[in-house]
Design a protein around this ligand. Structure first.
Ligand code: SAH
Ligand code: SF4
Ligand code: F3S
Length: 473
């Protein structure tokens, strides 16, 4: 069989990135090899997102570009998967004459069969069936030979929360947790292939295993913490209403669990939180933040905010700004509210104008910029353990004093802040810097979205770190 090339464009959240790896893995037996060059592709798959209108527009503009490509390459196959595919189904095929396949969020395991059918019959196919439930098959590590240090691992799919603005429960289905054995095996396989950090993914990790009577999430974390060779664990997302004491204690007790939690608050107004169906109050949120910081003072807290939810008054919005000031988040993602099909908030009156949403978004982002830079600046002078992810993609080589050049490395602190650095005068640091290693870096400069540091001189590394004997002068 001849090798064919597959190009995947992933739009959307980490779950889609994980799914794209699985798409590549299930198509490998059909001799499809992933290419980073779209011009080379025999099959282009776009893995779509439906969370906001903007994400939807991104998909349709990409598909528009593919129409030109198909005109000059008629044998090209085009598949649309993911959340927008689940939402729109056959409408995508009707609207876009050049699309061959639409497959939903539960159809990845059926993908080889669908592609074979299209290749042999030259037909167009839609599969958005969700009735078989969780799309569970054994990919463990199939796509893990690409040298990545950090990987996503989905531990649960779907969502049962039905926040009134959100499309996820409709496009990802009901919440289902994967069995702990499958998760642990997958992580072990990834570690064997060189992975040193995993991010466990679920829309609401706190309810992991509850429905199925499996382990609770903090117990799963303990098991992952025991995996030899794995250095760091992260997870996302935790719903504030379900953030439990045992999970808060995990930040204190589990050595490999990174000191960062993404805890989306969405709004600081109780009235809006209720309309959003979030099931917590501003006070409860603030109380949980306080407890987290008491148990783990260095924890970084980030969040999501929606501005311009239907009926959000200036007073409601002020409450959101006040909450941001009170919490002093390490970072924030803020979004303009967007009507989604199925989501119940779409039917609410009192929509906020686009101009007002724009202004509120800017106010949130400007305020947060101040706290982001402050939390970054507070780190200057401190020594941080960084997991080296590889060369910086933005700028591989940097100019140093005296006309020298050096490779620029990048990694993150436990608190999820990006740190860039160079090896620094060859060998000052005890060991060579390589991807996948935890190194000690002194933070020298703070920027809005990253930090600059220097490897800590070997002599400053505490005794025993390099396995050396004491040398007393
Ligand atoms: N499960 C996660 C969120 C996943 S969606 C959680 O509950 O936190 C990521 C973020 O997108 C949400 O936190 C929310 O801030 C934003 N979002 C979701 N639907 C939206 C909509 N209709 N309009 C604007 N932002 C939205
Ligand atoms: Fe959407 Fe709410 Fe579920 Fe998050 S918890 S995915 S915001 S419905
Ligand atoms: Fe993620 Fe977008 Fe789907 S945020 S779950 S890819 S709707």
């Amino acid at each position: 069989m001849n090798t064919k090339y597959l190009y995947i464009n992933t739009i959307g959240c980490q779950m889609n990135h994980y799914d794209s790896d699985q798409i590549a893995a299930v198509l490998r037996p059909l001799e499809y090899k992933v290419t980073p060059l779209m011009e080379m592709a025999d099959l282009v798959i776009v893995n779509t997102c439906a969370i906001r209108e903007k994400a939807e527009q991104k998909v349709f503009s990409f598909l528009g570009r593919l129409a030109d490509m198909k005109r000059s390459k008629p044998d090209l196959l085009i598949g649309v998967g993911g959340c927008l595919a689940q939402q729109e189904g056959a409408r995508i095929i009707e609207r876009m004459g050049h699309v061959d396949l639409v497959f939903g969020t539960s159809a990845i395991s059926r993908l080889p069969r669908l592609i074979e059918q299209i290749e042999s019959e030259r037909c167009r196919v839609v599969d958005v069936d969700m009735s078989e439930g969780i799309d569970e098959f054994d990919f463990a590590g199939n796509e893990s030979d690409n040298g990545k240090v950090t990987r996503f691992v989905t531990i649960m799919q779907g969502c049962d929360n039905f926040c009134s603005y959100c499309v996820v429960p409709y496009v990802r289905g009901r919440e289902v947790s994967r069995e702990p054995e499958k998760i642990i095996n997958e992580i072990r396989t990834l570690v064997k292939a060189g992975v040193r950090e995993v991010t466990l993914l679920g829309q609401n990790v706190n309810s992991y295993g509850k429905k199925e009577g499996l382990l609770i999430f903090s117990r799963l974390l303990e098991l992952v913490n025991e995996i030899d060779g794995l250095l760091r664990i992260r997870f996302t997302t935790s719903h504030p209403k379900d953030l439990s004491k045992d999970l808060m204690f995990a930040f204190k007790d589990l050595a490999k669990l990174c000191k960062h939690i993404h805890l989306p608050v969405q709004s600081g107004s109780n009235r809006v939180l209720e309309m959003m169906n979030r099931k917590y109050t501003r006070a409860l949120y603030l109380e949980k933040v306080k407890k987290l910081r008491t148990l783990c003072p260095e924890i970084a807290i980030t969040s999501d905010i929606i501005v311009g939810f239907p009926g959000e008054t200036k007073y409601d919005f002020e409450k959101t700004l006040e909450l941001i000031k009170e919490v002093r988040f390490d970072g924030l993602f803020a979004f303009k509210y967007s009507d989604r099909p199925n989501a119940t908030a779409t039917r609410l009156p009192e929509k906020i104008s686009e101009q007002e949403k724009k202004e509120r978004l800017k106010a949130v982002l400007d305020l947060q910029d101040y706290y982001t830079i402050q939390t970054n600046e507070a780190l200057v002078g401190s020594e941080e353990k960084i997991l080296v992810e590889g060369y910086s993609k933005k700028q591989k080589v940097v100019d140093l004093h005296g006309g020298r050049q050096d490779f620029q490395w990048t990694g993150r602190t436990s608190t999820n802040k990006i740190v860039n650095f160079v090896q620094n005068d060859g060998g000052i640091y005890g060991d060579e810097i390589i991807a996948g290693k935890l190194v000690s870096i002194r933070i020298m400069k703070a920027f809005p979205h990253s930090l600059w540091g220097e490897p800590v001189k070997a002599a400053n590394i505490p005794l025993g770190f390099r396995g050396e004997k004491a040398h007393v002068a």
